[in-house]
Design a binder for this molecule. Structure first.
Ligand code: IMP
Length: 425
């Protein structure tokens, strides 16, 4: 049996993966990020300290764990350097326990500029991106005009290639968006400097992970964003531009498909999403605001308020199917304390029909009406619960109803942000 595990978000991101990954890390030797980039924000609370990690795998907060930024990550050198320095200031040791794939693609300033200028302009739908250059970086990767980290480290080649790439980008910036072009010298010089800072961390992570597996190391693959933001299976085009589901592990980490291991899905006890796009169970008005405040639902990367709503089991079932999730960790159950009733959307109604599967045409979701099952709420503060039997009976019944609705067993319940606020079911 493969000893590895992949931890993925089952909704639109922000499911609380950081905490669960942190909790599971002890049992693994290597922690690998396989997709996304600085658009992600994994929050981990350790004692008095709160860490928000964007690029560095959260395993870095544990001693003697090898952390790898895989080839599938959109790698932002200045942000990576800043994040490393911030961690070191907090006393986190970073030496040869952190490696960056030489095949990861580099995010450049023109990616950020084009991301920010392009979102919702000229007839394109507004996605509400994080503005971190993620979409344009992956676009260039596929269009064969991106830079692998290995190319950035090859000074002469980098400077030469940057000339024609930047010329094309500046043409777009000037003509399509009527903005000032970016300076070649500035990018060439600053990124040559970053190259030297990151050089000691860059490795052939394909060989490294292969060697680790051969020596019997256990690998934890850390997903960012969520399955409904997956470029192939999410609410296209309102997605992030990577394969955030477990399907992305093999290609994004550079390991064979058989190495993906058990898939643990992370889902929130309700639903949130940031940015634009359909959200059938969204609660607008005071009710949505109440959940947002209670759950602290503000983006870890951009600070934007997250849209909040009831649990959408149709969407989670879709995610479960794609991921082949074995079990789920249910997070933020405590946030629902105080609700008179709690709802689970088990199907959609659309033009007189009942839909139980997630549609490929996202536009359909704009017109569906959620079919809810309603359960009694509970008033008790459940942060102190450590066993399933400590939960009020209504909260327990809600968890069991979720298991039925998403057709998966709940393995872990998180009832607060601290490391120990957890129930193992
Ligand atoms: P991008 O990844 O910046 O291109 O943004 C595309 C969409 O994904 C936007 O709706 C973002 O709000 C959303 N998104 C990107 N990263 C995250 C995340 O880590 N959590 C939640 N939503 C995200």
């Amino acid at each position: 049996m493969c000893p590895n595990m992949s931890v993925v978000g089952m909704q639109w991101g922000d499911e609380g993966k950081g905490k669960i990954i942190d909790l599971c890390t002890e049992e693994f030797d290597v922690i690998v990020r396989y997709q996304g980039g600085s658009n992600a924000g994994h929050t981990v609370v350790v004692g008095e300290k709160k860490f928000v990690l964007h690029l560095v795998p959260s395993g870095i907060l544990h001693e003697r764990k090898l952390c790898v930024v895989g080839n599938g990550v959109a790698f932002d050198p200045p942000l990576f350097i800043e994040e490393m320095e911030g961690l070191r200031r907090e006393g986190v040791e970073i030496k040869d326990n952190l490696k960056v794939s030489d095949r990861a693609h580099v995010v450049f300033p023109y990616h950020k500029v084009l991301d920010q200028l392009g979102d919702g302009r000229g007839g394109d739908p507004k996605i509400g991106t994080t503005g971190r250059g993620i979409g344009p970086c992956y676009t260039d990767k596929m269009a064969r005009c991106g830079f692998r980290v290995a190319e950035l480290l090859d000074g002469e080649h980098f400077r030469e290639k940057l000339k024609w790439v930047l010329e094309a980008k500046n043409l777009e910036i000037r003509t399509r968006y009527e903005q000032d072009p970016l300076s070649y010298d500035e990018i060439a010089d600053t990124f040559s400097g970053y190259a030297e800072t990151i050089r000691p961390f860059v490795a052939d992570t394909v060989t490294l992970l292969d060697q680790e597996m051969k020596r019997g190391a256990r690998i934890l693959f850390e997903g960012a964003q969520g399955s409904l933001l997956d470029v192939d299976f999410g609410t296209y085009p309102f997605i992030s531009s990577s394969n955030a589901s477990a399907c992305g592990v093999s290609v994004g980490a550079g390991v064979p498909p058989r190495a993906v291991g058990k898939v643990l899905g992370i889902m929130k006890a309700y639903t949130t999403r940031v940015g634009e796009g359909p959200f059938p169970t969204e609660l607008t008005g005071d009710h949505g605001e109440e959940l947002r405040q209670k759950g602290g639902e503000f983006g870890a990367t951009t600070g934007r308020p997250r849209r909040c709503g009831w649990l959408d089991a149709v969407a989670v079932r879709h995610a479960a199917t794609i991921n082949g999730a074995a079990n789920v960790a249910l997070t933020k159950l405590d946030v629902l304390s105080g609700q008179k009733n709690v709802n689970i959307c088990t199907a959609y109604r659309c033009n007189g029909e009942t839909l139980t599967h997630f549609p490929a045409n996202t536009a359909v979701l704009d017109h569906v009406e959620p079919v809810y099952e309603t359960f009694s709420g509970w008033d008790e503060d459940i942060c102190g619960a450590r066993k399933f039997s400590d939960l009020p009976s209504e909260a327990g019944a809600y968890v069991r109803a979720i298991e039925d609705a998403v057709e998966l067993d709940v393995e872990i319940i998180s009832v607060g942000s601290e490391r120990d606020e957890i129930i193992r079911v």
